[in-house]
Design a protein around this ligand. Structure first.
Ligand SMILES: N[C@@H](CCC(=O)N[C@@H](CS)C(=O)NCC(=O)O)C(=O)O
Length: 405
């Protein structure tokens, strides 16, 4: 019996996966991105009602400033619709609409607001100040910290350490010293109120910094050999990360480490010098995340298979231009991956899982290896699935890949 006959069908895989996750997305046929997350509070709207907020954001969900706005919308449980803007080819209607031509922008009940900080403040004004302190004195301090986050040079200094190409070790050491001084300032600010956040409760100040500190924590180990998480110099920043980690909205909007790492190399051309951080084992073994990853893969398989056939290089293995056997092998290995996500227990698959008839065909194995390596790096969180699901997906792809040969 061939492995083709023993692996579950897509329909079976999809059904089981869907039962085990509450995460849902809508498909966007023929568009990029091919799926879109459903805001957690959309159900609060009566049917056929237009959400009060329209968010314009980047198609790949890489933009840290869009992440700020998405984070606030999820925290405040405001139903919203999303319009994706392709930053490599911005539509004229968008550049005509938004004076800066940048994302994010929003329409709040039809009124345009742009610049992430101004959007956050406008959401507070329109939908109640849940992310600013009630106490007037503390409120003024929080508002000042929000302003400071834009004007205190934090972003310029920290990203320079991450992305600049220093001429020599002295210059790198200077960039690092400036970076550490900026983080020392944050460390002190975090110490002004009891509790892990910048003011007494979670607020816009945390939202201003979180997408940037997340990207630094993911990328510095790989590109600078520098660790922010676990660094004893920054205990309050570490406690702040821990506190953010308890917030469901944060998990909906954040990206995973590998997405951040790949983006820095592809978008900014920075060369890695250190090892990627290990995949978070709690996330990769979580049933909920594994099911979400399997549900995403099963639901979006046609787009995934089309992308693999076009862009991964597998078509070079087609004999006499016949792609059908290649397509079958791609399909098989994606089903093995979905099956492993659902049924695997974190232990390696028994050797030769693609055994039987197919294992004797080196082309099938080669297509499988390419497919798994390609999708492992191709998925992008939170564009395609949540960060936790992406972590489970990559860990499973590694395991199945290890069983191909
Ligand atoms: N200060 C702006 C920055 C927004 C920004 O830089 N957005 C980038 C994406 S991360 C963008 O729209 N880039 C497109 C471009 O530069 O044309 C804000 O806070 O909203």
């Amino acid at each position: 019996m061939s492995i083709q006959d023993t692996v579950s069908s897509w329909e079976q895989l999809f059904e089981i996966a869907q039962k085990n996750t509450s995460a849902r997305r809508v498909r966007r046929p023929g568009q990029s991105p091919s799926t879109e997350p459903i805001p957690s509070s959309l159900h609060k709207l009566p049917p056929d009602t237009t959400p009060p907020v329209l968010l314009y954001r980047d198609t790949n969900s890489w933009c840290p400033f869009c992440e700020r706005v998405w984070f606030a919308l999820e925290e405040k449980e405001i139903p919203f619709a999303t319009e994706f803007i392709d930053l490599s080819n911005k539509p004229k209607w968008y550049t005509d609409l938004v004076p800066t031509t940048l994302v994010p922008a929003v329409k709040i009940e039809g009124q345009l607001v742009y610049e992430s900080k101004d959007i956050l403040l406008a959401l507070e004004e329109k939908f109640g100040t849940t992310l600013l302190p009630d106490d007037p004195e503390e409120n003024a301090i929080a508002r000042q910290l929000v302003e400071d986050a834009e004007t205190n040079g934090f972003r310029e200094v920290v990203y320079k350490f991450l992305r600049a190409t220093p001429a020599d070790a002295d210059e790198l050491a200077n960039l690092q010293a400036a970076f550490e001084a900026k983080l020392d300032e944050l460390e002190q600010t975090l110490g002004k109120y009891p509790g892990p956040y910048f003011v007494s409760n979670f607020s816009l100040v945390d939202i201003m910094y979180s997408p940037h500190l997340d990207r630094l924590a993911a990328n510095l180990p790989v590109y600078r050999g520098y660790h922010l998480k676990g660094n004893e110099r920054f205990p309050r920043i570490n406690a702040w990360f821990e506190a953010l980690n308890q917030r469901p909205a944060y998990h909906r909007v954040k990206s995973d480490n590998i997405t951040n790492n790949l983006l820095l190399r592809r978008r900014w051309g920075v060369e890695p010098i250190g090892n990627p951080l290990p995949l978070n084992s709690v996330d990769s073994q979580s049933i909920e995340y594994r099911a979400e990853a399997a549900e995403r893969l099963s639901d979006n398989r046609e787009v995934a298979i089309g992308d693999i056939l076009k862009n991964s290089g597998v078509q070079a293995l087609a004999k006499d231009g016949d792609i059908s056997a290649i397509q079958e092998a791609v399909d098989l290995h994606l089903r093995l991956l979905a099956d492993y996500l659902i049924n695997g227990n974190g232990a390696p698959l028994p050797g030769g899982r693609t055994g039987g008839k197919d294992s004797t065909d080196p082309i099938v194995a080669a297509v499988g290896a390419i497919t798994l390596a390609y999708v492992r790096n191709r998925i992008c969180a939170p564009r395609d699935m949540s960060a936790g699901a992406a972590t489970a997906f990559r860990a499973a792809a590694d395991k199945v890949l290890a069983s191909v040969y």
